[in-house]
Every structure is written in structure tokens, then in C-alpha cells.
Design a protein around this ligand. Structure first.
Ligand code: S3P
Length: 450
């Protein structure tokens, strides 16, 4: 288990790219596996989570070549999957387990999904209940409906379901189950969540439908084999965007990053906190908008993050909590109880680590109240085995007095294998490519919009 050591960083002045979006990569490989021929996926995320999905689909009889680290050739077999030889190990990946459970529920064979210690504690009842209503024979072997999941494989029928939690993983599990169900499957979300599954199904010519009654998918469609290029992960870029935003005069340009509006809630929050943010969508050819984000830092001020905004930035809350600690005033995060059932209880982990660094924070049942502005000092911190906690506090270390040591940072590979390299380049910028402001030539300013 490696430690990561961080010292106070110089001001950021850089132009970067980040690796492929994790959420989109999962969906691309799942849908391409069902297509009627080979699909080339470029910009695939090399994260451990996405590789778990690749290994799972290989275990289900799909040939997947990887000619380059970020290129996959997925040989879709027209929705034909074969029974796996043994358990399918989803590792730490909730997306792999929940989306696969949906896809496997309607197959004519048995399967069993297992995960690591953290995934085996995460709630699965949210997917089991609607899948059972569709006719699935699926059992959770763990306490309180947790993994391992044992799936019998049964004929499914469409349902109309009102989701009790705002979860893109739940929605996507039902969309994948709906592809193998008789008739139409419709679901209503309490609050809109990331829409990558719907967009990607449409890109692969599988019709989904959205209106006031919800999102629907129809059974029996075969995705058309097509190539797809995955944009950079805004949730990975978030760490550097916040680092630059919290440095007065800091300046960062992120190129080729995904700008799907169900994922960019972070940018609006940083504008409210006083940073200057511009974004320009450069390409929407492949349904997922991608482009440039440019940020200029400031002395940040506190904000309130709550309500419908939460699902649009759920994965960014650990780094936004760090932004709150660096800002003047009291930042409040509410309606984020889902953080308690992520890779770790992120509310408790963030509160613990911020306090250890000298921050003032009150834990709420569904969020955090952060009294910002207190100077942070370096210390030894736990990652709690959670990639986003590890990375958020590595960035906090860039602002702390003295050395910050994050223990057990191997988990960072879960979503962002290049994180440590980028951290060291930004902290030791000698020879690193820098940029002059391009703000005036970009098309869209968040500040104007707010
Ligand atoms: C994800 C959805 C979110 C997010 C997770 C990835 C996805 O989880 O936190 O990192 O790819 O669908 P929930 O659907 O559980 O909110």
C-alpha cells in the first residue's frame, strides 16, 4: 500500500488533458458487446473500474482486443452472451455490478457477481426490487441485500417504475434489463441524473424515448456496430480545476473533456465561489459534447450546494468540500446522503480528514457544513480506500503548510491511473507546457450565464 507525499504547490499555469470518462467507458463497452459487429472504442478509460467491465464481458463470451492502452476493439455478438465459467468479479466498481446485474437478469443462464470489501457493503436493494418486478430471479447473498448477487436468468417483462433514489446506475441497470425484456420499460427519476446510457444507446441506433412519463426503452433491439470516441473525464479534471480555482491568478486549460450538462455541475459551483470559468463545446458529433474548459482562480467564497444540483456533481463533492475549506465563509452541502453509501462513507471521511488538517467542519446527516478559511496543515491522512477521497486530499495538500501524506493511495487507479503523474507535473512545473489565456476566443462564459 503506497503513500503519496504532497507539499504546498506553486501557482498553476498549465494546459492539460485527462484520460477517458469512466462512466461513458463502462457504457461503451457494454453496449458495443451487444452490437451486430466490431466497434472500435477510442479514449477508453484505463481505470481499474472500467477494466473490470472489460474482463466481465470477456467472461461472457465477448472478444475484446486492446491494441493500445486506450483503444478497444469490441466484437459485438448481436446480443448473444454465453454463460460465465465462474464468478464475475466487479472489484470496487458499483457501475460494473449494477449495470451488469440489469443486463444479466434476462439472460438464459446463471451468473454470480462478486465485489471487493467496499462493494460488498453497498446497497443493492435499489436494483433488486425493480428487477424482480420485471420478473428477474436475483438474490443478494450478503446481509441487507448486499453482494454477492446470484442471478438465475429469467424472461423479463417491461415495467413502469418510479425510482426512489436519484441514481444513474439504477436507471442504467433498468435500461439494460429493458433491452432484454418484453415490451416497454419506463422509469421516472426523482431528479435528473447523468444520461450517458440513453445517449449512447441512441448513438448505437437503439431508440430510447423521453417525455413527461419518464425515460423508456424497448426490448429486442440490436445495437448497430459503430466506432466511438470517449471524451476526457470531467470528474478527473475536477481535481485540477478546483486546485487552479482556489489559487488567485491560477490558470488552467483542460482540452478534450466531456461537457455533458448532466456532469458539469462543478463548473457552476466554482463560478458561484468566484472563479472565472469558460467552456467551449467543440464537438458533438458523437452525441457526447466535448470541448475546452478554462479556469482562472480567485480567493474563493463560500456557497451552498444542494437540491437538484447534487446528482450533477455527486462525484465532485469530496473535492468541492476541499474548495469549501479553502474559501472564505461557510459552505453548506445538503441533500447528499448518497455520499454515505459510496466507496466509503464520504461524509465521515471528508469531515475526519478536513479536521485532521485543521479545518472546521460539522457533519450533517446528508452533507457537511464547512467553516472555510482556517489555514490547513499537512499531516498523515487515510484514503479510506476511496479513490476520490485520496485525490481530493492530495489537492488539499497542495494548499497546506508542511507535508501531507495520503496513506493507501493505490485506490486512485480505480478511476484515474494518471493522477500521481499529473500531480507531480503540476507541482514541479519545470518544462511543463503552459499556456496564455484564450478566454477571449472561447464561445461560452459560465459567469455570463449564472
Ligand atoms: C455513476 C453514477 C453515480 C456516480 C458513480 C458513477 C455511473 O452513482 O456516483 O461514480 O456511471 O452511472 P449513482 O448512480 O449510484 O449515483
Amino acid at each position: 500500500m503506497d503513500d503519496l507525499r504532497i507539499k504546498r504547490a506553486p501557482r498553476i499555469e498549465a494546459e492539460i488533458t485527462v484520460s477517458g470518462d469512466k462512466s461513458i467507458s463502462h457504457r461503451a463497452v457494454l453496449i458495443a458487446s451487444l452490437a451486430n459487429g466490431p466497434c472500435v472504442l477510442r479514449g477508453f478509460s484505463r481505470s481499474a473500474d472500467c477494466m473490470n467491465t472489460v474482463v466481465a464481458m470477456r467472461a461472457l463470451g465477448i472478444t475484446i482486443e486492446q491494441p493500445e492502452p486506450e483503444v478497444l476493439i469490441v466484437h459485438g455478438k448481436k446480443r448473444k452472451l454465453t454463460a460465465p465459467q465462474g464468478d464475475i468479479n466487479c472489484g470496487n466498481s458499483g457501475t460494473t455490478m449494477r449495470l451488469l446485474a440489469g443486463m444479466l437478469a434476462g439472460q438464459p443462464f446463471k451468473s454470480r457477481l462478486v465485489g471487493d470489501g467496499s462493494l460488498s457493503k453497498r446497497p443493492m436493494a435499489r436494483i433488486l426490487e425493480p428487477l424482480r418486478l420485471m420478473g428477474a430471479k436475483i438474490e443478494a447473498e450478503g446481509e441487507q441485500e448486499t453482494a454477492p448477487l446470484r442471478i438465475e436468468g429469467a424472461p423479463l417483462h417491461g415495467i413502469n417504475y418510479s425510482m426512489p433514489v436519484a441514481s444513474a446506475q439504477l436507471k442504467s441497470a433498468l435500461l439494460f434489463a429493458g433491452l432484454f425484456a418484453k415490451g416497454k420499460t419506463t422509469m421516472q427519476e426523482p431528479v435528473p441524473t447523468r444520461n450517458h446510457t440513453e445517449l449512447m444507446l441512441n448513438y448505437f441506433l437503439v431508440r430510447t424515448h423521453k417525455d413527461e412519463t419518464g425515460v423508456s426503452v424497448f426490448g429486442d433491439h440490436v445495437p448497430e456496430s459503430r466506432d466511438f470516441s470517449i471524451p476526457g473525464d470531467i470528474s478527473s479534471a475536477a481535481f485540477w480545476l478546483v486546485a487552479a480555482a482556489a489559487q488567485p491568478g491560477g490558470h488552467l486549460l483542460v482540452r478534450e473533456v466531456g461537457l455533458n450538462e448532466t456532469r458539469t455541475g462543478l463548473l457552476g459551483v466554482l463560478v458561484r465561489m468566484g472563479a472565472q470559468v469558460r467552456e467551449a463545446i467543440e464537438d458533438v458529433d458523437q452525441v457526447e459534447p466535448r470541448g475546452i474548459v478554462e479556469i482562472t482562480g480567485a480567493r474563493l467564497k463560500a456557497t451552498v450546494i444542494q437540491g437538484k444540483e447534487i446528482p450533477q456533481l455527486i462525484d465532485e463533492l469530496p473535492i468541492l468540500a476541499v474548495a469549501g475549506a479553502l474559501a472564505n465563509g461557510t459552505t453548506i452541502i445538503r441533500h447528499a446522503q448518497e455520499l454515505r453509501v459510496k466507496e466509503t462513507d464520504r461524509i465521515a471521511a471528508i469531515a475526519h480528514n478536513l479536521r485532521s488538517m485543521g479545518g472546521q467542519v460539522v457533519e450533517l446527516t446528508d452533507g457537511l457544513e464547512i467553516h472555510g478559511g482556517a489555514p490547513l496543515h499537512g499531516t498523515r491522512l487515510s484514503s479510506f480506500g476511496d479513490h476520490r477521497v485520496a485525490m481530493a486530499f492530495a489537492v488539499a495538500g497542495m494548499f497546506a503548510e508542511g507535508e501531507t501524506v495520503i496513506q493507501d493511495v493505490d485506490c486512485v487507479a480505480t478511476s484515474y491511473p494518471g493522477f500521481e503523474k499529473m500531480l507531480s507535473e503540476l507541482c514541479n512545473p519545470k518544462g511543463f507546457r503552459t499556456t496564455t489565456p484564450v478566454i477571449s476566443s472561447l464561445s461560452h462564459s459560465r459567469a455570463e450565464e449564472e
